[in-house]
Design a protein around this ligand. Structure first.
Ligand SMILES: O=P(O)(O)OC[C@H]1O[C@H](O[C@H]2O[C@H](CO)[C@@H](O)[C@H](O)[C@H]2O)[C@H](O)[C@@H](O)[C@@H]1O
Ligand SMILES: O=c1ccn([C@@H]2O[C@H](COP(=O)(O)OP(=O)(O)O)[C@@H](O)[C@H]2O)c(=O)[nH]1
Length: 754
């Protein structure tokens, strides 16, 4: 296993400085505790912010911190108070955090914060580059560093880079509000593997990259330029053993003992989170209030332990929330409290590990009702400590942990009555049922614990790298490219078959906009000018369009995928007798689908009809395309026509027509010394199929193909053709130069003897 570089905003250890002395604490939050529990079992280095402010010029202090952290396999990135204000409090926690948790009314879109976010991501990039070794696996974590994968990719093109998002990825409808949505997605796609906690977050991400960047995916594999990015889900686990064992430890037992003396045998409900508006603490308190009000028999018999861990205290919403909670607790305690009984025991601090476990172990019911939560490890930790079986977890359906913890009492956290009912259900549940439910969840948590989670991610990252390497094996290598050009240069006759859309020119939103560029015209002219070449543009376009675009060039054509062919200098002809009567029957159906799909339209050619959906909503478009294909198959069962899927088009045409059949007209003409065919979509596969093994067939794009090689993108086509003609022109210049020299020599010495 290669060395693992973990990169996150916060290191697992936070440093504080008091009276000139440093002290080290475990950082709060699931990322730090979760990843912190396994990273030392790897050869690893964790790069992140140590939580302490060091003056810019105080190199001595920085070196000391660096030294102290290196013993913990950590490497610091120092952030100034200005960075923390604008990047951490600003962009991370005042823009991304609320937006990604569906609190879009809290999100601020401040350009300055965004600029500092970019700058801090660059600082992290520099920090990684300082320590990275060639074979390191780099694993970037969370929303603070979403631009980093792409920054690293630019500097280290061959590095293995993974990214994991610990918070929800929101639906496209929310994500699209972000002014810098494109940059964020591009930043993430610098990775080889992007991971999420749940399937919902994953599909939201795929939908955003599809709608915003136009990238399709196949089972979570996204082709981005010449790379494949894999997207997958990995629900984060906990260090199960540590929690289960700690629950039995003497230190924890002692803490429980102390607490029991305070609470007697009252039922204990635990509410325990970072103080964050996403956690739904006020609603929870209100539900508890309603329970005591509506069911007075619980008064005096149940206590709510409310632990709120201070978090992001510089941010206004967090300060307001703190005040709201303080007031609610005061109100409930004032309303129902007696000299013997305080309904809510409220703690506003960070708890050391033993106290935390003692609280879990002590609680009869855990009330975990976030309004949104990426995962929520505390719910899992609570279950792990229930070694004797007893204890009920009430869990919000909005937590990422909910799909895995289905045996909990699942609630909608906004439904106060449902939360109140859930507390009652939990308190009334038989011990047998509690144990049974916990046993099932414990088994699951034990199996997919934090070590498994990390190993799973790293293995998938390795797989993604292998896939990447395999795909790139089919890409035309520099050596094969040289051979292709040498073969081109040494051949006395050559057949060159070139698809048009997606090959000679990029796609445009409307087909009529994809006219040939001057670069493409120029290059075709050069190819056609070489006497050894026969150049055939082989397209699905109608013959009139091709003719009008290329009338100045000496080319041959295949139009409508093979309905029409035209030898250079000759007239158009139809190699097969075809009928177009069927079009009348098909046309209304295609029009109906165009009407039902905004952005789609129908194109009619002489012997085929095409349904285009490039401009339609991508999801609706591909759904309708599937439905249309099904309908067409029924409708065309007795007609001699075929339905063919191309790039964002469904084409209906005569069954025997395809580019391969049409190309035979040229391939069979003579034994060509050099054949090259380039195409990008499904229709070009018929062409590749009729070519020989040693011919140069090239598929544009990285998807699987019958072609011998893949060219990464459409942008690579003209440069390749240019290299071919350059090599010929050079050779011609060489020949001319030689004969010029020979002529000069002859004019001096007289002609050579025969
Ligand atoms: O670093 P802070 O700003 O103090 O915040 C603490 C952490 O909060 C977030 O935790 C998330 O990660 C957990 C583990 O994957 C997950 O269970 C939880 O639902 C998330 O909210 C944040 O993502 C971390 O980066 C912070 O360090
Ligand atoms: O006083 C505390 C409060 C929380 N934690 C840890 O902080 C993490 C909180 O993670 P969670 O996923 O529940 O929520 P987050 O705070 O990351 O949103 C858990 O592993 C807790 O064990 C802790 O060690 N002491």
């Amino acid at each position: 296993m290669n060395r693992l570089l973990i990169v996150s905003n916060r290191l697992p250890i936070s440093i504080t400085k008091q009276k000139g002395e440093y002290s080290f604490q475990r950082s709060a939050g699931g990322l730090a505790t979760g990843v912190g529990s396994f990273y030392k079992s790897y050869e690893s280095l964790w790069i992140g912010w140590p939580g302490v402010n060091v003056r810019k010029n105080n190199q001595k202090e920085k070196d000391e911190i660096c030294e102290a952290l290196s013993a913990e396999q950590c490497h610091p990135v120092f952030l100034s108070p200005y960075d923390i204000r604008n990047y951490y409090d600003g962009f991370c926690n005042n823009t991304i955090w609320p937006l990604f948790h569906y609190f879009n009314h809290f999100a601020e879109y401040d350009k300055h914060h965004w600029n500092v976010y970019k700058k801090v991501n660059e600082s992290f990039c520099e920090a990684v580059l300082e320590v990275a070794r060639p074979d390191d696996t780099i694993w970037v974590h969370d929303y603070h560093l979403m631009l980093l994968p792409q920054m690293l990719r630019e500097e280290l093109p061959d590095a293995a880079i993974g990214f994991f998002l610990h918070i929800p990825f929101p639906s496209y409808e929310i994500f699209r509000l972000l002014p810098w949505r494109k940059e964020i997605l591009e930043g993430l796609l610098g990775s080889d593997l992007v991971g999420f906690h749940t399937y919902d977050y994953l599909r939201h991400f795929l939908s955003s990259i599809r709608r915003i960047l136009g990238y399709e995916h196949t089972l979570g594999d996204v082709t981005v330029g010449n790379r494949t990015v894999r997207v997958d889900m990995f629900p984060m686990g906990i260090d199960y053993q540590q929690f289960a064992e700690a629950a039995e430890s003497p230190a924890v037992q002692e803490e429980i003992q102390k607490a029991r003396e305070q609470y007697g045998d009252r039922t204990i409900v635990l509410s325990f989170d970072r103080l964050d508006y996403t956690k739904g603490i006020p609603l929870r308190l209100e539900a508890f209030d309603t329970l005591l009000e509506k069911k007075p028999e619980y008064q005096g018999n149940v206590s709510l332990i409310l632990v709120a861990v201070p978090s992001r205290t510089a941010i206004e919403q967090y300060q307001a929330l703190k005040q709201q909670i303080d007031e609610l607790v005061g109100r409930i305690n004032g309303k129902y409290g007696t000299t013997e009984w305080l309904p809510v025991r409220y703690f506003y601090n960070y708890l050391p590990f033993e106290v935390l476990v003692a609280n879990y172990k002590l609680a009869d019911v855990a009330l975990v009702t976030p309004l949104r939560d990426g995962m929520n490890l505390m719910a899992k930790e609570f279950v792990a400590t229930k070694t004797e079986g007893k204890g009920v977890l009430i869990l919000s359906e909005m937590a990422g942990a909910a799909p895995e913890l289905g045996e909990a009492v699942i609630v909608n956290p906004s439904d106060r009555d449902a939360v109140m009912d859930a507390i009652e259900t939990a308190m009334a549940m038989s011990e047998e049922e509690q144990s049974e439910r916990n046993r099932i969840m414990q088994k699951r948590l034990q199996r997919y614990d934090i070590t498994h989670w990390a190993a799973d991610f790293i293995n998938r990252l390795d797989d993604a790298r292998l896939l990447q390497e395999k795909r790139s094996e089919r890409i035309l290598t520099a050596e094969m490219r040289r051979r292709l050009i040498a073969d081109y240069g040494s051949s006395a006759n050559r057949l060159i078959l070139l698809d048009y859309d997606g090959t000679l020119v990029p796609f445009a939103a409307k087909p009529e906009k994809a006219t040939p560029s001057s670069a493409a015209m120029d290059q075709l002219a050069r190819l056609a000018a070489e006497p050894e070449n026969e150049v055939v543009v082989i397209s699905g376009r109608d013959r009139h369009t091709l003719e009008s675009w290329f009338k100045t060039l000496d080319l041959s054509f295949i139009a409508e995928h093979g309905v029409w062919i035209k030898e250079r200098g000759q007239a158009w002809m139809m190699p097969e007798a075809l009928s177009s009567e069927w079009k009348e029957e098909i046309f209304p159906l295609l029009e109906l689908y165009a009407d039902r799909t905004p952005g789609a339209f129908v194109e009619e050619k002489e012997y085929s009809v095409v349904w285009h959906y490039r401009k339609a909503d991508p999801v609706l478009g591909s759904l309708r395309a599937k439905e249309l294909k099904d309908d067409l198959l029924h409708l065309t069962a007795n007609l001699n026509i075929a339905v063919m899927e191309g790039n964002k088009v469904i084409e209906v045409k005569n069954a025997m027509i395809n580019k391969g059949r049409a190309a035979l007209h040229w391939t069979a003409k003579k034994p060509w010394e050099f054949i090259m065919a380039i195409g990008d979509d499904r229709t070009d596969e018929d062409l590749f199929e009729v070519l020989g093994e040693s011919d140069y067939s090239l598929k544009v794009g990285q998807t699987a193909s019958r072609a011998r090689f893949n060219l990464p993108s459409q942008r690579d086509v003209l440069p390749l053709l240019r290299e071919c003609t350059n090599c010929d022109e050079q050779r011609e210049r060489g020949k001319a130069h030689k004969s010029e020299k020979k002529e000069k020599k002859e004019s001096v010495t007289g002609s050579a003897p025969l």
